[in-house]
Ligand binder design. Sequence first.
Ligand SMILES: Cc1ncc(COP(=O)(O)O)c(C=O)c1O
Length: 519
Amino acid sequence: LGLKESIVSDLADLREVRQRIEAAYDPELLRVLGRRLADMAADHLAKSQASDGVVLPWCDPAEGVRQAAAVLDEAVGANVGRDELTNRFAALLKTMLSRGLNLHDPRYIGHQVAASVPLAGLFDAVGSITNQVMATYDMGPWATATERAMVEQLGEQIGWHRGEFSGVVTHGGSLANLTGLLVARNVALADSWEKGTARPGSPPVLVVHADTHYSVARSAGILGLGTGHVVRVGLDSRRRMDVGQLESALRDLRANGQPVVAVVACACSTPIGAFDPLEEVADVCQRYGVWLHVDAAHGGAACLSPTHRHLVAGLHRADSIAWDAHKMLFMPGLCAFAFYRNRAHKFEAFRQDAPYLFDPAAPGLAEYDSAMGTLECTKRAAAFGLWGTWAMFGPQLFADLVDVTFAMGRVLYEKLLAAPDFAALHEPECNIVVFRHVPAALRDSASAALGQFQLEIRRRVLESGEFHIVSTRLDGVGALRVTIINPLTRPEHLDRLLDAIREAGCRILQDTDTTLSSA
Ligand SMILES: Cc1ncc(COP(=O)(O)O)c(C=O)c1O
């Protein structure tokens, strides 16, 4: 071929390189490993769902990192046969499955991360295996189509009309909040995208529910508004945004000539799951001509349930909404939506030209280029799991998941009311319940000591591996917090939870006595 000798020898070297690569890309290997994965994952799920084992195999974090790093040193390489690769794969899978948090164990009732519909992961896996991503339409036509179909579907559930609204999928609710608030900022402060937010006069503010998720205050920092310019509106007796206080805050801000970028309401709030009175909040925002953003990361799914839909009455009046599918739509992480009531607002977020991406010869396609509306350029096909699950089971499954988990929140509340050694700190509106264990010995304790006791209970329960619950501080005092975001949790698990908490409490009191008497 007339190739130089050195190039020929380089190509000979590449032959070996290619052989190694082909081993990693071998479709037959995928077939064998995929079958193994299906069997092992199904066995693992069956065990988890039967509570056969611990919920969380607690491990000191530094030790976990050391062990994971040690596994890397044992790579077998590509030159071994398919059998050895299969064995290696099975061993790695066994480690992964045994070391993770078992969200499908009915005793997992901790963070706002769902015990997801398992087969949604299969649809996600199709996206990963064939690497379906998007930024422009041509990069991921079906990824784009499924995302758009879900935007349409959920937007209609919110109460909007097809063709009038828009939305995008983001990697999580924090990013959905940031994206919605970026649009609000660009609309309220017309040239801020190009010129920044510095301007003469009083600084613009974000007016938020006092218990708003930290991603909202963080957004104020990122958007150049400043976290010091977040005005927190006081709460009513149910920790909902107090509409009277919202009105007076907006009145004062207007009197001071201070621009308001947006009001941020919650559906529902993170600490106790309180749903703001959205109709009334929307009325106030309308009177003052202010953008309303609703953080419905957790509670948006209530609109799918005829029983609970009333909790989000007025959601359709929001200008923008954040809604996580990996929370109450029970999808694997991450899949979240940012919605806009006015379809055109999607394009207000990022007013940027990127000629190598967006094809000016086909302007109609820009509507379908996901990167026009999201911070991400390349983005996973994050809606595959939701689209596939919806396409199999329809909306009824999602309503059922909301109904059963919200009902269990109520059941736990009733159990707390009936137990003299527990104090429920609010009447739950959904599946988030915050409470304290107050054994007789601590009934007269100072609140700080009682709060500390809750945090210690949580630590012990978590490390025991029997339940996964979280702790929080309500008005500065420690408390236990449960989110029943697991449709497999039943009343009998909640009975056992209270006993496990009592047992942990007893041991703490005994340990304290021992320490005091030996001091
Ligand atoms: C009300 C609310 N908004 C936003 C978030 C953040 O969502 P993500 O974890 O998907 O970023 C959470 C998380 O718990 C939340 O409760």
